[in-house]
Design a protein around this ligand. Structure first.
Ligand code: HEC
Length: 135
């Protein structure tokens, strides 16, 4: 029976190693609840270092968390409220200072992403949103 314990312990060691090596502190293990397109978006976002400012667990960092935002109403610093839909998220990525979330500073760097990359990230954001947003 003792040898059976070796396998899980090895797995834990591997997982810890993978997490520790992630350059952005985010989880490096593939998230199996995501569609293939969203998983691609997650990888792209990680590559570009987006997760150094955006968490996916609801905790706000330098930027707002990506968890549960898509499809909900967000407040902008000019006092207006908008729905964080595909268009809003796309603009937020390609032209970060066009609309600034209330309570945040417009310090998000502008990155040259190609449209397919932006689309994949937006798909990821949609799948991170509350369930209603998926419909
Ligand atoms: C230096 C920190 C930083 C980095 C890196 C960063 N962002 Fe942001 N991001 C912010 C801040 C701050 C805001 C809120 C202010 C604003 O609306 O611009 C924001 C807002 C957003 C929003 C709107 C979210 C919402 O809830 O309204 C999206 C989408 C977004 N970022 C995507 C990205 C993507 C994709 C990347 C990687 C290519 C990225 N960000 C990298 C700081 C960052």
């Amino acid at each position: 029976m003792r040898s059976l314990w070796r396998i899980p312990r090895l797995l834990v060691a591997v997982v810890l190693l993978v997490v520790a090596c992630g350059d952005d502190g985010g989880s490096a293990a593939p998230d199996t609840t995501l569609s293939a397109a969203a998983e691609e978006g997650r990888e792209i976002a990680q590559q570009y270092g987006c997760m150094s400012c955006h968490s996916v667990d609801g905790r706000d960092g330098v930027g707002p968390s990506w968890a549960g935002v898509f499809g909900t109403e967000v407040e902008l610093d000019d006092g207006t409220t908008v729905v964080a839909d595909e268009e809003y998220m796309t603009t937020a990525i390609v032209d970060p200072n066009a609309q600034i979330r209330a309570g945040y500073r417009g310090i998000m760097p502008e990155r040259q992403l190609d449209p397919a990359e932006v689309e994949a990230i937006v798909t990821y954001l949609r799948e991170l949103g509350p369930d209603e947003a998926a419909s």
